[in-house]
Design a protein around this ligand. Structure first.
Ligand code: NAG
Ligand code: NAG
Length: 337
């Protein structure tokens, strides 16, 4: 399996030209059910914090993801969104801010411009496309970007929709073993393949996994304890692996391997229903993928294909029909209907 982040970048370049003129519909207001707590402010324990990156190219996906989170939540007014944008593109941040406020007038959110220079020097310079998507690496910096009183977040990619209450995912137990991170693990995936032979043949490097049973996990859906992250300075630990990668190639390109190096085998389990991933399809031939067996709480179009692009091209995969109801894009044909 190829690192998904690589394809994120390729897609980003391919789609940039067509996205400048998108208009979005307004989402309805969503109300708390009677038994919900009433958080008083951002720092309240009853708030559910969701962190995502926000980019013009992926905006249509993000809008659908936000709508899906609100629609399936029993306490939607308790959800606070934290959006990270690229600081180098101040005008897009203004546009994104505006678009969000228009489509979700009742949304509680905050935008954090992320200094892309933080990572541009850390991304391996050998493959140019990586330089175009430093936001891919923003998930390493959530603990620094968000206010210190935000203790736990659910991090979500933009190419997914939830069909279940995010509060259940956010409540994943982390305390028993002082876990920093929770995500669904896939122990049948070939873990060796994420790192190069020079990594595995160098004991001082591969010993990092000694005493752990490392399994692949997808960094597109994670519950993160920001307090423990800050205390353990995991941002620096991830950066150190990225610095090493610049000097010697220890993994294939992407933001995933440093997360695996630091956390694999040391994360709290999450049921697979919370990341039915790979729906973007086969990376090489664009084949459609089916759901994994079992229940579904979150559908994730990781991989090369995106449902909105396939729907626009009139070549959707069967499961893209499950994404379409969350699409807020205003179509030019709306008035004719
Ligand atoms: C987004 O817009 C709001 C209100 O219009 C403003 O207060 C806030 O500073 C803006 N955020 C950014 C990052 O531009
Ligand atoms: C796992 O991947 C490694 C490296 O790509 C390969 O050498 C090995 O044969 C694979 N193992 C299995 C069981 O497929």
């Amino acid at each position: 399996m190829a690192p998904h982040a690589f394809y994120f970048c390729l897609f980003l370049i391919a789609a940039t030209s067509s996205s400048a003129t998108q208009r979005f519909k307004q989402a309805p207001k969503f109300y708390n059910s009677p038994n919900c707590a009433h958080p008083t402010d951002t720092c309240s324990d009853d708030a559910v914090h969701v962190a995502m990156t926000l980019d013009i190219t992926y905006l249509r996906g993000s809008m659908a993801a936000i709508l899906s989170v609100l629609q399936h939540s029993s306490c939607p007014e308790n959800i606070i969104f934290h959006f990270v944008t690229a600081a180098s593109r101040a005008s897009s941040t203004t546009l994104l801010n505006h678009t969000l406020s228009n489509s979700f007038p009742y949304l509680k959110f905050q935008i954090y411009p992320f200094d892309d220079n933080t990572v541009s020097g850390l991304i391996s310079t050998s493959i140019r496309s990586a330089l175009d998507c430093p936001l891919n690496y923003a998930r390493n910096y959530m603990a620094n970007l968000l206010p210190p009183c935000v203790r736990r977040i659910v991090y979500l990619d933009s190419d997914l929709v939830l069909v279940d209450d995010i509060a259940k995912l956010a409540a994943t137990p982390l305390n028993d073993d002082n876990f920093v991170l929770a995500a669904p693990e896939y122990c049948n995936a070939n873990f060796s393949a994420y790192f190069t032979p020079s990594f595995w043949s160098n004991p001082s490097l591969s010993l990092t996994f000694a005493g752990r049973r490392p399994c692949y996990f997808n960094t597109g859906v994670m519950v993160i304890d920001l307090e423990r992250w800050r205390a353990g300075d995991y941002t620096t630990k991830i950066q150190e692996w990225m610095e090493l990668q610049k000097r010697m190639r220890i993994y294939e390109l992407g933001s995933l391997p440093p997360f695996l190096l630091v956390f694999a085998g040391n994360i709290a389990p999450v049921d697979h229903r919370w990341n039915q991933h790979g729906l973007g399809g086969d990376n090489f031939r664009g084949l459609c993928r089916d759901l994994h067996p079992g229940p579904v709480s979150l559908l994730h179009w990781s991989g090369k294909g995106k449902p909105w692009a396939r729907l626009d091209a009139n070549r959707p995969c069967p499961l893209d029909a499950l994404w379409a109801p969350y699409d807020l894009l205003e179509t030019p044909f709306a008035l004719e209907a």
